[in-house]
Design a protein around this ligand. Structure first.
Ligand SMILES: [Zn+2]
Length: 476
């Protein structure tokens, strides 16, 4: 463990008593549309298109067909993330598909969207020299058309949105998406192209992230919480998703979100031809880091990428670091000020830590660590990236770079190590993008005092004419 005053601290392993704690925080979402067990055989659900994968429970090993919505196993055992089992055991690239859909054989989707973006992986030679790393690779997620990066919402959340959309059944429910802004922007951008219905719930101070080149499409409703934070958005989202006709997008429970984010590592594997020794990413819910860990296991199982999974370096704000607290103490400390942070997208107080296949497992299995960075080092990291690579990066990505910089300086990452740095968002200020953006207005604004009202979920439900009636009658 290093001195936090220097901007970075690490902790290697959880204390033994943590193992007995029950899953908490990211509770399994309300189950809807669960599938009948198939007794270990792969069968398709009647009425659903043939899919090239099944869902596998890592606890009871049951395989089920996917209807595009199922989030949990449903058996009475400790909570666990379902995983996808694909027909193809090797990484097969589909060069004619756009963006992340190059890897569609390892995506739980039945449809693709033309013009989708993806991750751009390249050597970070100038940045590497500045950090003292000889084998640094950058996974850039954002808007940087000169480099082939076309994620219009400027963050890797768009990878999730493209995959969730591709997984949905033909007549999907209305998806409920709590967000600090980036996930909401990604879903708004992707759903605008398809007409899919969703409700995005964001704290008001995250609204600027939804600035778009176009008006919000009518199928997308935006609810802004005046004075509320990310945890408030998650709590309200849970209640809205219990309304008839609505469903939570499901956070890390949704295999589409994880496998969509896993394409970061698939892009790296394709470009590098091997797996990196270290994988560095800023985390809030840590869905991306968990996804990369799962993808590494899949690549290793293919027999073509060695035996070692990348060590996960998960990065958070020094002033509020729930994942670091969980890793070190088994619980999130009280008295932290979630608002006094450099990157507010990293402030989920209840990340999926104890769940089987969650953060604790990914850190332990990969020999990972949790690092933190303070405001000054994150700001300096953003400047360094702009100087060396030539583009603006998001606050979360700046936190990750700051943590990597300190880890190299402190000798925790050696100068010869191969490192993949996930720039989870960048190019928001790119002139070709920024000059077209206009502010979006929320469909509904809610004051903090309205959050707990039993009427509030129904008011949100009533924003959708298609769900009106059933929703008006419901109280959650
Ligand atoms: Zn199970």
């Amino acid at each position: 463990m290093r001195d936090e005053a220097r901007g970075v601290s690490t902790e290697e392993r959880p204390r033994p008593q943590d193992a007995a704690r029950p899953a908490e925080g990211a509770r399994p979402p309300a189950r809807r549309g669960g599938l009948a067990p198939t007794g270990g055989e792969d069968i398709m659900t009647p009425g659903h298109p043939q899919r090239h994968y099944t869902l596998i429970c890592p606890v009871c090993h049951r395989r089920t067909a996917d209807d595009g919505l199922v989030l949990t196993c449903g058996e009475d055992h400790p909570a666990a993330f379902l995983r996808t089992g694909y027909q193809e055991s090797r990484l097969t690239v589909c060069p004619d598909s756009d963006g992340l859909y190059r890897y569609r054989r390892w995506l739980p989707i039945t449809r693709t969207l033309a013009g989708a973006g993806g991750t751009i992986v390249s050597r970070g030679e100038r940045l590497g020299r500045a950090l003292g790393l000889r084998d640094l690779w950058i996974a850039f997620n954002g808007y940087w058309p000169e480099r082939g990066a076309h994620l219009r919402s400027a963050t890797f959340k768009e990878l999730e949105a493209y995959t969730v959309l591709g997984r949905l059944p033909d007549r999907p429910p209305i998806l409920v998406i709590p967000s600090v802004g980036n996930t909401g922007a990604a879903f708004a951008s992707v759903f605008a192209q398809t007409g899919g219905e969703c409700v995005i719930i964001v704290p008001e101070r995250g609204l600027h992230r939804l600035a778009s080149e176009t008006e919000l499409p009518s199928a997308v409703r935006l609810v802004a919480l005046t004075g509320g934070d990310y945890d408030d958005a998650i709590g309200l989202g849970e209640r809205v998703s219990r309304l008839p006709g609505f469903q939570a997008v499901g956070g890390a429970w949704n295999v589409a979100r994880r496998d969509g984010l896993a394409t970061v590592l698939l892009s790296a594997a394709e470009t590098m031809g091997r797996l990196p020794e270290f994988y560095v990413q800023a985390v809030g819910s840590a869905v991306g880091a968990i996804a990369v860990h799962e993808a590494a296991g899949r690549l290793i199982a293919s027999g073509e990428y060695g035996q070692a999974r990348p060590r996960l370096l998960m990065c958070q704000n020094a002033s509020y670091a729930p994942v670091r607290d969980l890793w070190r103490f088994g619980s999130v400390g009280r008295g932290h000020a979630a608002r006094d942070v450099y990157a507010d997208e990293l402030t989920n107080r209840n990340p999926p830590y104890f769940v089987r296949g969650g953060i604790r497992d990914a850190l332990a299995e990969s020999g990972g660590r949790v690092l933190v960075a303070d405001h000054a080092s994150a700001r300096a990291a953003a400047e360094l990236f702009l100087e060396t690579e030539g583009i603006d990066i998001e606050p979360a990505a700046s936190v990750a770079l700051a943590c990597l910089r300190e880890a190299v300086a402190g000798g925790e990452v050696s100068s010869g190590a191969s490192v993949l740095l996930n720039i989870t968002g960048g190019g928001r200020a790119h002139p070709a993008r920024a000059r077209l953006l206009r502010r979006v207005e929320p469909t509904l604004r809610l004051g903090r005092e309205e959050l707990g009202s039993p009427e509030t979920p129904g008011r949100i439900g009533a924003l959708f004419p298609s769900a009106d009636g059933v929703v008006r009658a419901a109280r959650v």
